[in-house]
Write a protein that binds this ligand. Sequence first.
Ligand code: PLP
Length: 366
Amino acid sequence: MTTGSTIEVTLNPKRMSADERARVMQNLGFGRVFTEHMVTIRHTAETGWEKGSLVPYAPLTLDPAASVLHYGQAIFEGFKAYRQPDGGIATFRPESNARRFATSATRLAMPPLPVERFVEASDALIRLERDWVPSGPGESLYVRPLMLATEAALGVRPSKEYLFLLFGSPSGAYFAQGVKPVSVWLCTDFVRATPGGTGAAKCAGNYAASLLAQQKAIEAGCQQVVWLDALEHRYVEEMGGMNLFFVYERGGRVTLVTPALNGALLAGITRDSILALAGELGYQVEERRFATDEWEKDVASGALTEVFACGTAAVITPVGQVKFDGGSWLIHGGEPGPVSSRIRDTLMAIQYGHAPDKHGWMHRVL
Ligand SMILES: *Cc1c(COP(=O)(O)O)cnc(C)c1O
């Protein structure tokens, strides 16, 4: 059996019954339940990208000398498939993720997977696993592509063999109990990314390097870390794995300020979508450097009315409180504000097919 041109299918002999699946999908959360199949595509220096396979989801066999385990050539992506009002399924901007995946690969000296192969893999998985795309409000199938270096060789150089994988994870509504702002820790002792480093690549190592700071933020009573620039610890870069927006209101005019892409930030597709929607919502946008002292001063004066983070998993997460070594301040009384709620509703209406897709972002799969 084949789907499309280059992916061969081997069905999982132990697929769940509809009843079992319904039971598993009752309490989804995020990233705990996985599809019953996955796409694999091998790349070798001799063959290039080989024919892809859709195979039963299963543990990998890796040589202990596989270079990913030692030198960390590993990248990933994340985007979502949404159930549409007519029962069909569409993914949100998968080509943008495919392009970013290729950029990440190039930064880590890995072979870029062609955009069409990436999208074909996602479409093939979703068509086979259509019953794993949930249909409740705020629910979706999170799609996780990744690539790792598999050559067994301890010399420090780019691997000559790679494995691309793609699977899905049905996920529940992120804020099932209503949107709750997070508290953030301004981190001055660790950095996420440096000029010339890998901050703009979605690579596993960036996350490994972030976990100790995340742990310290939790010890300090915060849910998330806000990363500052590596050189001065003064300019805001990101929040955990999300981009940040600062909302200004002056005489009824709303301006969204977001840190400019400087090579250390990850260029979020949600960030890009919000910048594209802002005009239609009557908001002005500024992409520039944004300092923590500006943040504190402008919240105190009342000019800065809301702060929110954005990313695929939660779409929009308001920031309610900022803590640092020496104090803290609240934003919008610690409550979600109207601008972040409106942007969230606008974006989700497009994703779930309740509003017209004027930007051509939705990729129909079924
Ligand atoms: C993935 C990611 C984001 C958000 O990107 P989206 O495309 O909007 O999901 C932001 N920052 C970091 C560090 C990320 O890894």
